[in-house]
Design a protein around this ligand. Sequence first.
Ligand SMILES: Cc1ncc(COP(=O)(O)O)c(C=O)c1O
Length: 481
Amino acid sequence: MPNRTPSRLAVALALCFSPILAGAEVPSKAPAQAAAPLPPGAAAPASTLRDGLQAARADRAGSPEATRAFETLAARFGTPLYVYDRATIVGQARALKGAFAPRFPKLKVFYAVKANTNGVIVSLLRDEGLGAEVVSGGELVAARRVGVPGDEIMFTSSSKRPDEIELAIRNGSVLNVDSRDELEQVSEIAGRLGKAARISFRINPGVDPHTIHQINTGISESKFGLHLEDGIALAAYARAKALPHVRITGVHCHIGSQITETSGYEATARKMLAFVRELKEKLGVTLEFVDLGGGIGIPYHDGETVMGSEDLARALKPIWDDGVKALGYEPVLWLEPGRFFVAPSGFLLARVNSVKTTPVKTFVNVDAGFETLMRPAMYQAYHRVRVVGPAGEVQKLDVAGDVCETGDILAADRMLPRPKAGDLVVILDAGAYGFSMASEYNARPLPAEVLVDGNDARVIRRRGTFDDLFRAEAAPAAPKK
Ligand SMILES: Cc1ncc(COP(=O)(O)O)c(C=O)c1O
C-alpha cells in the first residue's frame, strides 16, 4: 500500500499556498509596530527623550528619564529598534572640525558612508560641510541622493566593477585606485566616455595601528593599497601620468578602524609626506590632496579613555608642517572618518523574549541578534549593554541574540541586573556598522531606525515587513495537487 500520509514538507507548502494563509492570515508586517503617539497637548515631560538616552549612556538606565524614553520609543516604534541622537552626530562633526580646522587651514573632511548609510544621517553630515567617502556604487548613489556634490565624493574600494568606475567618472568623483590593473581599466573607461578620471592611489604604508585584526588595513599583508616598497606606488603614479584620460589629484591611505592611539597615524603621516615629496622630486607630480583616511576610535567601555580628535590634530600638526615645508607646497589635508561621527549617537533597543539559566550560564534572549548588530559575532566587538528600568539583582549574564547560531551572543559574561521577559535592554554605541551591516538572515525583517532630536523622534527608515523579505523572489510553482 502506498503511504498516503503527506510529508511534512508537502503540508508546509500546502499551508503556504492555501488561500487563507497566503492572504489574510500571513501578516505582511513584522509584529510589534504598536503606534502609541504621545497624547496631543500633553504637558511637557520633565526630561526629554534625549535626556533619557544620555542617562543610559551615563549608566543610569534604571532612572525614570531613561525608562520613560526607552519605554516610549519601544511603544511607538517597536523593537528591535535603532535609535540615533541627532545632537551627538552634529556634535561629533563639529568636534572634529573644531580640532583640525584651526591647525590645518587647508582641510576637507569626508564622512565614510559605510558606517551608516541612512540618507537622513548622510544629509546631517552633508549639512555640516562634509563630503562623502564611498566604497560601492550603492553608497555613491546614497550620497548623491541627498545632494552631496559628485566632486565631493571619494570612491575607495579594492575591487570595483566597471559600471562602478563609470558611475564615479560620470559624477566627477575621485576614484581611489587600488591596483595597476584597475588603473588601466579606469583609463580605458574614461577614454570611452571622453572624460578625464580624477584619481588618487590608495597606499599601503605598512603601519600597524594596533586595532582589531579584521579591521587593520594598513599592514603589509592586507589586501588594500599599493605598497611603497620596491617603488611599486611610484611606478603606478608614473604610469598614471602617462595616461591621457587620467588626472592625478591626490594620494590616500587608511590604516584601519577603531584606532585609539595617535602613534599609527603619526608614522603613516611621515611616510605619506615623504612619498609625496618623492612624487614631486622624481616625477614632477604635485598633488591637490593627501588623504590620511578615517579610523578614529571611540571608547566602547565605561571609563575607557582613547585618543580624541583634539589629540590626533595636535599630534599630526608638527609632522604635517615639517612635511609641507620640505615639500615646498601645501596640499589639502583630507580626512574620512565614519565611526567617530555616528557610533556614539546610536542605541540598539531590544526586548527580552525569555531568560534561561543553564547549569553553566544565564542567557537573556533578546529580539535582536547578529542579523541586527553583526559586530560582536564578527569580531568579538564589545558593546556596553544596559537593562532599562528597575531590574533584578546583579549577576553574570550573557545577552543572547535571536539567530539560530551558537555564535550569536551580543554580550558575554556581563554583570547586569537580571531582567525578565518583556523588559528592555539597550546596546550602546551602535550607530556605526550596526544597521549598515544588518541582514535579513533567519528571515527576520530589518529593524526600524529612528532619529531623536530633543524630545522629538521620527522614523528615518521604516521597519521591514515579511513582504519585504520575499518581494524580490520569483513566484514559486504552486504545490502539486
Ligand atoms: C577606505 C576607508 N575610509 C574610511 C573608513 C572609515 O573608517 P572608520 O569608520 O573607522 O572611521 C573605512 C572603514 O573601514 C575605509 O575602509
